[in-house]
Design a protein around this ligand. Structure first.
Ligand code: N2P
Length: 344
């Protein structure tokens, strides 16, 4: 009896691992509104691999799910500082570049970045800045400074990002501090500023910011540049500025988690995303700046570069800083954020 059940168990486990004639799948965990749905369909048609697709709203949500070990994904797309953290914590695996030939399409300026110095774990997907999306027809004056987000003229007429690192980072800049500061006094300033701002905030949102701004529900919003591009395409009255005090520049890159089940499927998918035609199609839908030189050529470099949102002038870029992973000090950020958001 014991032998038989052991045999049955082994068989069941084998079947679970390699179901006869079963569909090959990959599971992908990405930000909301961050892929052209047709790209997923085309991948499935071309490879026969089914994509199980899930979304997250912030790096922190994604991290929590993976670090808990409860979920296994084959492909994820974190930002710079989170990639740095996940490499340190052993949560990512190295990519076998032999299986991702289309990486040749990625502009070398985006490779070997500080968050992944050997380009061992990540393939650049998109990049952007943070700034203010504003409605030209309802703002009292054209915003140039982050102080706009403290202006009582926009009471219940402004939207903030429900994302701890982004919002606290900008609050630090607004207080004149470094956006990577871990000095408790600086963070206290940032917290106080956000507490003071809170009664003016209509809502803390992430993906919903787009529909709300397009519908004219608020005059100003803290947004990521790609979402600004998307909104400006839908509503002519919207415009975007990276405030003079400087901002965050981010790089979102494709990675394979340590516990991926289908690494070869993941590599095929990553290679597909790096293909010029696919990256170009994806850009047109998603709106975020891309590091893919071949795709930009396909789109028409002149037209692509004409967008000051996705191709900011050098003096703007010079004032932007990447978030760094802050180690244990991340906990102070999380604590402050919980206090701010829970009282809302
Ligand atoms: C897209 C989210 C963009 C991520 N909805 C910004 N790092």
């Amino acid at each position: 009896m014991k032998k038989l059940s052991l045999f049955a168990l082994t068989l069941a486990l084998l079947c679970a691992a390699l179901p006869a004639g079963a569909q090959e799948t990959i599971s992908v965990y990405n930000w909301g509104d961050y892929i052209e749905p047709q790209v997923l369909e085309l991948f499935e048609q071309e490879t026969g691999i089914e994509v199980i697709y899930e979304t997250f709203e912030t790096n922190e949500d994604m991290y929590a799910k993976i670090a808990m070990g409860g979920a296994s994904y084959d492909v994820i797309i974190p930002s710079d500082y989170m990639i740095e953290r996940m490499i340190q914590e052993g949560l990512l695996q190295e990519i076998n570049w032999d299986n991702v030939p289309n990486v040749k399409n990625i502009d070398p300026r985006f490779m070997n970045a500080a968050y992944d110095p050997q380009s061992a774990y990540s393939v650049p997907y998109t990049w952007g800045t943070m700034g203010i999306l504003y409605n030209e027809s309802t703002v009292v004056e054209t915003p140039t400074s982050w102080q706009t987000l403290m202006d009582p003229a926009y009471t219940m007429d402004m939207l903030m990002l429900n994302s701890p690192r982004d919002t606290l980072g900008i609050a630090l800049v607004m207080c004149g501090h470094d956006l990577n500061s871990t000095d408790p006094a600086d963070l206290e300033d940032a917290k106080n500023l956000l507490v003071e701002q809170k009664p003016m905030v209509l809502a803390y949102v992430v993906d919903e910011v787009k529909d709300k701004m397009i519908a004219g529900e608020a005059s100003v919003a803290l947004v990521w540049s790609g979402d600004a591009t998307y909104c400006m395409g839908e509503n002519d009255e919207l415009n975007y500025v990276v405030p003079v005090e400087g901002s965050n520049i981010f790089y979102d890159s494709i990675c394979i988690p340590y516990n991926a089940r289908n690494v070869s499927g993941a590599e095929k998918f990553i290679d597909f995303l790096c293909r010029a035609d696919i990256a170009a199609m994806n850009y047109e839908y998603v709106g975020y700046a891309i590091p893919n030189t071949a795709a930009i050529e396909l789109l028409g470099a002149e037209e692509y570069n004409a967008s000051p949102v996705n191709n900011p002038p050098q003096e703007v870029l010079d004032k932007c800083e990447v978030f760094k992973y802050l180690g244990d000090d991340t906990r102070i950020y999380d604590q402050i954020w919980t206090e701010i958001i829970s009282e809302f």
